[in-house]
Design a protein around this ligand. Structure first.
Ligand SMILES: Cc1cc2nc3c(=O)[nH]c(=O)nc-3n(C[C@H](O)[C@H](O)[C@H](O)COP(=O)(O)OP(=O)(O)OC[C@H]3O[C@@H](n4cnc5c(N)ncnc54)[C@H](O)[C@@H]3O)c2cc1C
Length: 436
């Protein structure tokens, strides 16, 4: 919709104009589910030139780590026209998809689905970055890299920021996994040594991709600070932590207990999927044992990177083994670090809402204009909303909750799925009382 039409709608009021900043899965879900609510009109601003989903990690063969039913809409509105199944039907491949019977859809296909939704929604302005958010006492005004925009409410969905560990030389000499595919295509790793730091899913995918592309022509040093390459815990009871009821329960707990639970269950979201581990092990077996290239893939566990130094040719890494308590030196030509992502308060709201954000259960931020001009934020605090917050699992539920709040009444009935686990631990709870 163009600006003129949007402003006409505004002047006829009743309809609240909401601007979503960022058009990743979080805000696409919000926009898709808003289509059923005539009182809300959602427009998204996206700084990238077109639809994309983690382009730096669109590695061939990479898979979605959750069911495709955890798409933008299905779990709150199974008949919604923006579901993954509607996408398959529209693309005339729903029968073939059934026959293919993949347990997990590919990351590439999910990206195509997101692209399909964003085109169908016709509400995303690409190449538009939000720069500053202001309030004139009546409306919120957003200064952008294009036109200035006015609205009745804002939904921030700008995602997470790549994390660089505080290791001397890492930032300067290494490349974060979020840029892997773009950098890989510019480089030739034939006859080179590549160090990969990080023993989670992204590190594993990079190692697997290098081995699949270059075989024995590449030498890999894979550095993992954990004691082993741990699997993603995708087991049934743990998966109940991705239920709406658990998130509400989690939020009600005291901060130290939330911190304890997040640490204890971190492998529910931070580990390598079993299928990736199996493929890696098979590759190792073929290269090491069958083809007899024992030095192609070097696995360093319990190993911390201490620093990285530039040499006349290549990079020198100093490492420390937590088990043997010995230091070691590794030389490499290229360094990738797959060290995850974290939330950072977007700079564009700093002048309007200075300091730490106070976020309520409906994901609205407390600020002076909250009653007339709500500002919601998605995918922000793991500490407050649990490990499920950055995951796709509760995306639709979170969007529906925000839309219910914007609408002033429940458009979506958000039933609490019945969990097998009893989440309600009697209060007060002492961390020492929890059995490990
Ligand atoms: C490689 C990778 C794979 C993943 N796979 C899975 C998976 O299989 N299953 C799962 O559950 N979760 C997965 N995740 C977790 C992931 O966080 C979610 O899948 C999802 O991408 C979160 O969506 P989002 O919209 O909150 O953030 P993002 O996807 O990061 O989208 C944010 C968008 O905001 C835009 N933006 C940022 N700043 C501005 C600005 N100032 N103005 C305008 N636009 C802006 C960005 O360009 C971006 O498009 C994965 C994460 C990564 C990194």
């Amino acid at each position: 919709m163009n600006l003129h039409a949007a402003n006409q709608n505004l002047s006829s009021k009743k309809v609240k104009r909401i601007i979503g900043i960022g058009a990743g899965p979080s805000n696409l879900s919000l926009a898709a589910l808003s289509k059923g609510i005539p009182e809300l009109q959602v427009q998204l601003l996206e700084k990238s030139a077109g639809p994309q989903w983690h382009p730096g990690m669109q590695i061939p063969d990479a898979e979605l780590q959750v069911s495709f039913l955890k798409d933008l809409v299905t779990l709150v509105d199974p008949t919604n026209q923006y579901s993954f199944l509607s996408f398959l039907k529209d693309k005339k491949r729903i029968y073939r998809a059934l026959v293919a019977n993949r347990s997990r859809t590919s990351r590439m296909e999910f990206e195509r689905y997101l692209e399909w939704v964003s085109k169908k929604l016709e509400c995303v302005d690409y190449n538009v970055a939000a720069l500053n958010v202001e309030f004139d006492g009546k409306q919120i005004n957003i200064e952008t890299s294009a036109e200035r925009q006015s609205c009745d409410g804002v939904a921030i969905g700008t995602g997470l920021i790549p994390k660089t560990p505080d290791i001397p030389g890492m930032q300067r000499l290494g490349i974060h996994s979020s840029k892997y595919m773009t950098e890989r295509d510019k480089m030739d790793f034939n006859g080179k040594t590549v160090a990969v730091v990080g023993g989670g899913q992204s590190g594993a995918e990079i190692v697997l991709d290098l081995l699949s592309t270059y075989g024995p022509s590449v030498n890999i040093q894979w550095i993992n600070k954990r004691l082993i390459f741990l699997p993603l815990d995708d087991s049934p009871f743990v998966n109940e932590h991705f239920f709406p009821g658990y998130v509400d329960f989690f939020e009600s707990l005291a901060q130290p207990i939330r911190g304890y639970l997040s640490k204890y269950f971190c492998h529910a979201s931070d580990g390598i999927s079993t299928s990736t581990l199996e493929r890696l092990y098979e590759k190792c077996y073929d290269l090491h044992a069958v083809e007899e290239f024992p030095n192609v893939l070097n696995l360093h566990v319990a190993t911390r990177m201490m620093n990285a130094d530039a040499m006349a040719s290549g990079i020198r890494l100093q490492t420390y083994n937590e088990v043997t308590q010995e230091t070691d030196v590794l030389l490499c030509d290229h360094l990738f670090f797959a060290t995850g992502y974290g939330f950072q308060k977007p700079s564009f709201i700093e002048s309007l809402i200075p300091g730490e954000l106070v976020i309520r259960s409906d994901r609205s931020i407390e600020w002076e204009g909250q009653d007339t001009s709500p500002i919601h934020i998605q995918n922000s605090s793991v500490e407050q909303f649990s490990l499920a917050e950055p995951n796709l699992s509760l995306l639709a539920w979170r969007s529906a909750r925000i839309l219910n709040s914007l609408n002033g009444k429940d458009h979506y009935e958000l039933e609490e799925s019945q969990a097998a686990l009893n989440f309600s631990i009697p209060q007060p709870l002492n961390i020492r009382e929890i059995a490990v």
